[in-house]
Design a protein around this ligand. Structure first.
Ligand code: SAH
Length: 196
């Protein structure tokens, strides 16, 4: 298959933490993503005060955008450094508390209450812990998940969204024999079979 060369690849949590420590975070974009701007209406669909989820959020600046528009943002990220950098780079005061249901996890919440970032693996979350979402911004998330974990990731995401939710997904298209990823190449046919 055309994705054969990436199927077996695994990036460990430790490798991600190391990328953050080394500042090897070329995926982070200071300017915010033009596709979110372009498809904002699709995400919001005329609604206000949404709960919006950022899987594998890093320190994505779009979280600040959406919070400033009056939405409530929830993210999950394994790197505590990323989470702390997010709040400090936007000069947002926050508090930090344990998550009783997940051992070792912490939740960082802006003092204003509208941005909550869980520092743990996304696979530790469930709707009983974080509730359900009206919208999802999936950029650098499905494409960053290890290929062997895609099914698990998609099932979890489906369990975390409300019936009338919108899910914006950004993927990258390239020849997977020329780059080992992440970001991984996820063919459109696979996206259809993962999300239905
Ligand atoms: N979505 C962000 C970051 C993309 S890079 C953006 O657009 O900038 C992928 C991020 O996922 C990294 O910050 C990495 O630390 C984090 N990550 C990797 N595996 C994870 C997991 N299992 N649970 C939560 N975060 C994870």
């Amino acid at each position: 298959s055309d994705v054969g060369s990436q199927k077996e690849r695994v990036v460990t949590d430790e490798e991600w933490l190391e990328k953050w420590e080394m500042g090897n975070i070329g995926f982070h974009k200071e300017e915010g993503h033009p596709l979110l701007q372009k498809y904002l209406d699709v995400l919001l669909n005329g609604r206000s005060g949404l709960r919006i989820f950022f899987p594998l959020c890093g320190k994505a600046v779009e979280m600040k955008w959406l919070a400033d528009m009056g939405h409530s943002v929830v993210g999950v990220e394994i790197s505590e450094q990323a989470v702390k950098d997010f709040f400090s780079e936007h000069s947002l005061p926050y508090c930090e508390e344990p998550v009783p249901e997940i051992s070792g996890a912490k939740m960082f919440q802006s003092t204003s209450g509208n941005i909550s970032l869980y520092c743990c693996s996304i696979y530790d979350l469930s709707s009983s812990i974080v509730g359900k979402f009206d919208g999802v911004w999936d950029r650098g998330a499905l494409v960053a998940v290890n290929p062997c974990d895609r099914q698990r990731y998609a099932s979890l995401m489906i369990s975390l969204v409300e019936k009338n939710s919108s899910y914006l997904l950004v993927t990258v298209s390239y020849d997977p024999n020329k780059h080992k990823g992440p970001p991984f190449y996820v063919p459109e046919s696979e996206i259809k079979s993962l999300f239905g």
